[in-house]
Design a protein around this ligand. Structure first.
Ligand code: SF4
Length: 71
């Protein structure tokens, strides 16, 4: 299942929790002081993504099933 991963930069406080949980899916944009999804975030293990989203202190991470993916 592909998952679309987005982070609301208005909510993110750059705590880095998501990066510790799923380093393949998030990276810190140091200039902006916020976390961003990596190019491969959508193929990260879904459980790990959910754990990262649940652990975000500001609920800045949004996960959506990407049903539009063609096979
Ligand atoms: S856990 Fe949430 S607030 Fe912290 S860096 Fe990740 S998205 Fe930003």
């Amino acid at each position: 299942m592909a998952v679309r991963v987005t982070i609301d930069p208005e909510l993110c406080i750059g705590s880095g929790d998501c990066i510790r949980v799923a380093p393949g899916a998030f990276h810190l944009d140091e200039a902006a002081g916020v976390s961003r999804p990596t190019a491969t975030a959508s193929s990260e293990d879904a459980e790990r993504l959910v754990r990262a989203a649940m652990g975000c202190p500001t609920q800045a991470i949004r996960l959506e099933r990407d049903d539009a993916v063609t096979r």
